[in-house]
Design a protein around this ligand. Structure first.
Ligand code: ADP
Ligand code: MG
Length: 568
């Protein structure tokens, strides 16, 4: 255990500790109030976004109050990081969990009993062992901190049965103040934490998740590199930023390409040697204008205030992840940009990752719902910030006026007929082909694959020439996101879902984001034609109507719906 190098007994006001142990000058809101609450011996429930600074809320009072602070944390890796950071700052910190050898555990226990320990991290199951509880009874304790307190929620994805028993702390240690912390914000979880941990009388601190200086933009991906380059050249010259990609290979190639374009770009992913990673992280923090191209491995514990942009070249897998990753921009409060480029391939790829993961059915269901919420955020036509905050159970009464949808409200168009054509074509081609092939058929392509399957003979062959392939892809993507189509199997075949029925029966219309001008013109022409069908069009519409009728009435549409419960 390290000796107390920086922290000393004479230095015990929270402000002193903030400055001299942690090296910061000011508390972030509401750290000071939370700390005061614990200093006064009261309990607290803290809800703060990830990266907001929850740890100091218990670390500082643990040092400022007499005795040792006990921190309950669900993840061994997290404990290790925190203990190392505290030790580096001269705090006498330790953890006890299954990874600690017997001898070492005995040393820690003895330090605790002799008042030589400032902070002790425990896994919940360790804490609940009668032996540990007995030990704690004999020690002087400054507080209990229950980190990641949402683990008590049986509805959440991080439920830990051991957390439920933590209410025993209240009964067994009535004089030790408790603080529960989480970044999971919805009301139900919060209420559950308060009830299950007996924290009804605790002071509640609910921080806003709003990051007003971040401009949120989500654009359709057509040529991601070109779009990124344009963004960097026109708006971010000389700025530090992070570019997130899904795969290591893409991280490497993107970083290399950015260097060729004259930027200082460094790759970062878990496959690089630790020394290289540390070096790149150091350069990002110290040098000006460095761009890190990274997988999600990059970011935890990075606290660089002047990150001006975070760009995503692939879709994050949940709104939480998106919020956390974009949240690394603009910690200094200066205007910053979060740019996400997303396309149909992302929807397919992430969907497949969910389906092929090892988890239980219930886990997959939750992952799907989380992905759908993310897709919903991409496709909304109203204020992004409002939607993002609503996801975290926070109402913002007015549109923000700063996100892409506020600055340039997306126009919508009536895509009912286009959707019907697409769905019919998916059905006619047997619900097993991917988007590219279906679009070829719609656009009347005569390529080899189309001929090989006889799809040039279908009634739906060539009924969609009014839209370009790119525009059709946008339609496919939006229909998948809205649950009319699902993507399945090795070949990413499109299939209809139950949700198609009302649309195919003509009982429902679909409004999609407006397509680029060229497509819009074609759409107007088509709409005019549809209003007053020419004789030449008649067979086409007949075919379409017949197709729809057959689908709606006779075909047993698959009973399952995948992308159906987008919640935004
Ligand atoms: P959380 O647990 O809420 O996700 P952390 O406690 O890990 O957040 O803190 C996130 C980052 O913010 C850390 O790098 C931490 O050092 C930094 N931080 C916390 N409080 C302050 C502060 N008052 N001033 C400057 N940096 C802070
Ligand atoms: Mg934390």
């Amino acid at each position: 255990m390290s000796s107390r190098a920086v922290y000393s007994a004479t230095m015990n006001s929270p402000q002193d500790i903030l400055e001299h142990v942690f090296g910061y000058t000011q508390f972030r809101s509401p750290q000071a109030e939370v700390i005061d609450t614990l200093m006064a011996g009261r309990d607290a429930l803290v809800l703060m976004p990830t990266g907001g600074g929850k740890s100091l809320c218990y670390q500082i009072p643990a040092l400022a109050r007499p005795g040792c602070g006990v921190v309950i944390s669900p993840l061994i890796a997290l404990m290790q990081d925190q203990v190392e950071a505290l030790q580096a700052a001269g705090v006498r910190a330790a953890f006890l969990n299954s990874s600690v050898a017997f001898d070492e555990a005995q040393d820690i226990e003895s330090a605790l009993l002799h008042g030589e320990l400032d902070v002790l991290y425990l896994a919940p199951e360790r804490l609940l062992q009668p032996r540990t509880l007995g030990l704690l009874q004999r020690a002087q304790l400054s507080l209990f901190a229950i980190d990641e307190a949402h683990c008590v929620s049986q509805w959440g994805h991080d439920f830990r049965a051991d957390y439920l028993q933590l209410n025993c702390l209240h009964e067994q240690f009535p004089n030790v103040p408790r603080i529960a912390l989480t970044a999971t914000a919805d009301q139900r979880t919060r209420a559950e934490i308060a009830t299950r941990l007996d924290l009804e009388d605790a002071r509640h601190f609910v921080s806003s998740f709003d990051r007003p200086n971040i401009q949120y933009r989500i654009a359709q991906k057509d040529n991601a590199r070109r779009q990124l380059l344009q963004f960097l050249q026109s708006e971010q010259q000389g700025n530090a930023g992070i570019v997130y990609c899904l795969s290591r290979a893409k991280v490497e190639s993107t970083a290399e390409w950015l260097c060729q374009q004259g930027f200082t770009a460094l790759p970062y992913h878990a496959g690089l040697p630790a020394a290289t990673r540390a070096e790149y992280q150091r350069r990002f923090l110290r040098e000006e204008g460095v761009i890190v191209v990274a997988t999600i491995a990059f970011g935890m514990g990075i606290d660089k205030p002047d990150v001006r942009f975070v760009a995503h070249l692939d879709l994050p897998k949940s709104v939480e992840a998106y919020y956390q990753e974009t949240g690394r921009a603009g910690r200094d409060g200066e205007p910053s940009t979060a740019l996400l480029l997303y396309g149909f391939e992302d929807v397919v790829k992430l969907g497949q990752m969910v389906e092929s993961s090892d988890g239980s059915e219930e886990h997959k269901r939750q992952e799907r719902a989380r992905l759908n919420a993310m897709l919903g955020l991409c496709e909304i036509t109203s204020c992004r910030r409002q939607a993002l905050l609503r996801y975290f159970a926070e109402e913002q009464p007015e549109p923000c006026g700063n996100c892409d949808t506020c600055l340039e409200p997306p126009q919508t168009w009536d895509a009912t007929e286009a959707a019907a054509k697409l769905l019919s074509c998916v059905y006619r081609t047997g619900q097993r082909f991917g988007a590219a092939h279906v679009i070829d058929v719609l656009r009347g392509s005569e390529n080899e694959k189309v001929r090989k399957f006889g799809h040039d003979q279908l009634t739906t062959h060539g009924i969609g020439t009014e839209l370009s392939a790119n525009e059709w892809r946008a339609v496919v993507r939006q229909l998948v996101v809205r649950g009319y189509l699902e993507v399945e199997g090795e070949f990413q075949g499109l299939r209809l879902t139950e949700a198609c029925r009302p649309l195919l029966r003509g009982e429902e219309t679909v409004q999609l984001r407006k397509l680029p001008p060229k497509a819009a013109r074609a759409e107007t022409r088509r709409a005019a034609a549809a209003a007053d069908l020419t004789p030449a069009d008649e067979p086409l519409w007949d075919a379409l109507r017949a197709c729809r009728k057959q689908l709606a009435d006779e075909h047993g549409v698959p009973p399952y719906v995948v992308f159906h419960d987008a919640t935004l």
